[in-house]
Design a protein around this ligand. Structure first.
Ligand SMILES: [Fe+2]
Length: 311
């Protein structure tokens, strides 16, 4: 290329850069105008609160940090108490664990909180008792049903119960029909977040698996909802479904599939508050934490995992 042509070409390039800077700044300002943060959320999951391991004081420290984060809403992803589901669990032990929960959450009593049921929350030994089964958990959490939805600041939230009686990690027909109708009714014009205890879609079934040397990986419904293909069909018809939150695995992962982001947000208790794999309550590589999410009016979001014991 001749020098004159080079200068000409640079001039055009410089003009292009200048123009593209103007275009970019206009684009940014229009995005800024369009993109307004409408909600800040903390997602805690697998708190597994218990009297041992100084868990209440440690969880209160976590909640103090959430309070300082000035969130509008807390979502609790289930396995709220350590465990009520084992055969040897007495009513005293169940009450003791719920007392730990109630004492802890006084820290955030002014922040709205919504919950889903975890697999360890239900006390199956107390038939006839007010704390028995799902009704007992619903009562202790103060929620209206084992699945429900609500709106806040222009977003729609769907709280699911993954605890299918025979196939964990699935909705029964009644809940599924309710879910489809709820999406049709409420998600047409609102960005939507779904929370379940078991992940709808996650890669942790691979990373938490202990396969034979030659495989195959064995991934059950507790790692990946068994009805995920049905969910994907619904999501594909309604592009307002943006985020699916879950827990259960105690591992932190993020899957993005077909425009939906699936966040399995570790565990607030880490290794059930016990020393764990690193002596500091890590389960494999995931340390105790909670997620912070900023939700925007245009349906976009960002998120972070806060390792509250490591700051
Ligand atoms: Fe758990």
């Amino acid at each position: 290329m001749k020098r004159r042509d080079l200068i000409k070409s640079l001039g055009v390039a410089a003009g292009t850069i200048a123009l593209s800077n103007v275009a970019a700044s206009e684009a940014v300002s229009s995005v800024t105008e369009k993109k307004k943060r409408v909600l800040k959320i903390a997602h805690i999951t697998d708190v597994h609160i218990r009297p041992e391991y100084n868990a209440v004081a440690r969880f209160k420290k976590c909640l103090e940090m959430i309070k300082k984060d000035k969130v509008d809403l807390i979502l609790n992803g289930g396995d709220t108490i350590y465990a009520a589901d084992y055969e040897n669990i007495t009513k005293d032990r169940v009450e003791q664990q719920w007392a730990c929960w109630k004492e802890s959450i006084t820290v955030v009593k002014d922040i709205p909180m919504h919950h889903v049921l975890g697999n360890h929350d239900m006390w199956w030994q107390g038939k006839g008792d007010e704390l028995y089964g799902k009704p007992g958990v619903i009562k202790m959490l103060g929620i209206k049903n084992n699945y429900y939805s609500f709106d806040q600041n222009g977003w729609h939230f769907i709280m699911l119960d993954s605890n299918h009686p025979t196939s964990p990690g699935m909705l029964d027909d009644e809940q599924w029909n309710w879910f489809v109708q709820d999406v049709q009714k409420n998600s047409q014009d609102k960005p939507t977040l779904i929370m379940s205890h078991y992940p709808l879609l996650s890669c942790t079934g691979i990373t938490d698996s202990k396969p034979e040397a030659r495989g195959p990986f064995k991934i059950g419904g507790s790692y990946n909802h068994l009805d995920i293909m049905k969910f994907i069909e619904v999501f594909n018809k309604n592009k307002n479904i943006k985020i699916c939150l879950s827990g259960h695995i105690h591992l932190l992962d993020k899957v993005w599939y077909n425009d939906v982001t699936y966040l399995c947000n570790g565990a607030t208790s880490g290794f059930w508050w016990e020393p764990g794999d690193d002596g500091k309550s890590a389960y494999k590589q995931t340390v105790p934490g909670y997620a912070l999410l900023n939700l925007y009016s245009d349906g976009s979001f960002d998120h972070d995992y806060i390792k509250y014991e490591r700051v």
